[in-house]
Design a protein around this ligand. Sequence first.
Ligand SMILES: [Zn+2]
Length: 442
Amino acid sequence: MTLLLKAGLVYTGDREVEGGWLLSRDGMIAEVGSGPAPRADEVVDEPNCVAMPGLVNAHDHMYQWATRGYVPDGTLFEWLRTLYPVWARIDADVLRVAARAAMARLLLSGCTLSTDHHYVFPHGRDGLLEALIDIARELGLRFHPCRGSMSLGESKGGLPPDSMVEKEDDILADTEATIKHFHDPEPGSMCRVVVAPCSPFSVTPELMRDSAALARKHDVRLHTHLAETLDEEKFCMEKFGMRPYELMEDLGWAGADVWYAHGIHLSDAEVDRVAETSTGIAHCPSSNMRLGAGACRVEELVRAGARVGLGVDGSASNEDANLAMEAHQAMLLARVRASSPRALDARTAWRLATRGGAACLGREDCGSLEVGKCADVACFRVDDLAHAGIQDLVAGLALAPPARAQTVIVNGRVVVREGRLLTGDEDEIAREIAATSARLAG
Ligand SMILES: [Zn+2]
C-alpha cells in the first residue's frame, strides 16, 4: 500500500523542500523528493500547506478531559486536592469518552504520537488502560500508554486520599501484565507501554525503586512528574531530606530510559546532570502557566544537550490538547523568561515538538521526515486568514496562532482530511464529553 503526499513546502525537520513530496509504503517513508513524483495507490495534494513531521506529545493525562475548568486559580496542590475526589469516580466508560475527545483534539492539532500517563485506578474499576489503548486504535493514533500509580496516601504523609491509592504489589503485578500483553518493541510499533509511578508526593521511594527494576527487566521506559512546583521541593526536603532530582537519581531514576514531566525547578548542577545522564524532560508550557508553576529552563537544558520534548499535560490544567499551541507557547515563554527574543527560535520549538518528544519516548523511528522512518505527517494550511501572506512559513506557523491541521497521516494512513477527523465524529464526541463531564460534576 503506497501513499503519496505532495505539499507546498515539506519541512523534514532539517530541510525545507518547496513543492516537495513524500512517498509512504506500508506505513514507512520510502522516498522524499521534489519535482516529478512517483505513482502511488493514494495521492493527497496540499499545495497550500506546510507538511512537517507529525507532532509528538510527551506528557498527558487524557482522563482529565472530563474535568476541565475546575479550580481555575489554584496552585498544583490545591487543584489536586479538589480534583482527587472527582477523579475517584472515573471508570472505563468515562475514560473512553475523555480519551476520545483528547485524542481527537491531538490529531486535529497535528499530533501523531502521544503518550498518556494514567495513574488513577479507583478500587474495583477494571479495564482502564485497555480503554485508552482501544480508543487510540479506534482513532488511529500512535500510542505509548504509561501505567501510572499512586501508593502514598494521606495517612502515610502523601497527598492523595487513602481511598485512591493501590497496594504496591498489585501495582507491580498489573504493570507487568500490561507490558506482557500490550508492549510492542518493534520499529514502527503503534503501542509501547511505559512504567510511570505518579510523583514523589504520591508514591513511596520503594515503589519508585521497584518500578525502575521492573521497567529495566522488560526494557521499557520510565516516566514520572518531577520538579514541577516549589511545594513539591519543600515536600521532598521535609520528608526525604533531598531535593526532588537528587531523590530520583538516588532511586535509580536517571538515564536514557527515563523522562520526566516538567523539570522546572532544577539547579544549574541538576540541569547538567539531566544532560549528562541523557534523561529526558517533557516541557508543558500551557499547564505550567495555568498553574503558575514556573518556567522550565528549556534553553539551558537544550544547550546542555538534554533531550527535551513538549507535552500538553492533562487538560484539567490546560483545557485543551493542542501540540502546535505548545510549540507556540514554549517559544514565547522562553523569551519572557530570558527577556530575550533569541531565547528559543521557532525551528527549535518545532524540533522539541517533534524529534525532541520522540527522543524522550525512545522513538528513533519517529520525529522527522526521512526515508526509513514512520510515515507520520502533519500538514498545516497557510492560506487561511490567520496565516496567508506570512513570511518564513516555518517560523510563521510558530509565531502566529496555531493552525488547525488540514491533513494528518499516521503510519501511512490518512486520519485527518480537509481539517476533519476521518476516524471519529467530532460533533458526537463533543456531545458525549459534555454529558459525561456533567455527570461526573454531579
Ligand atoms: Zn502531568
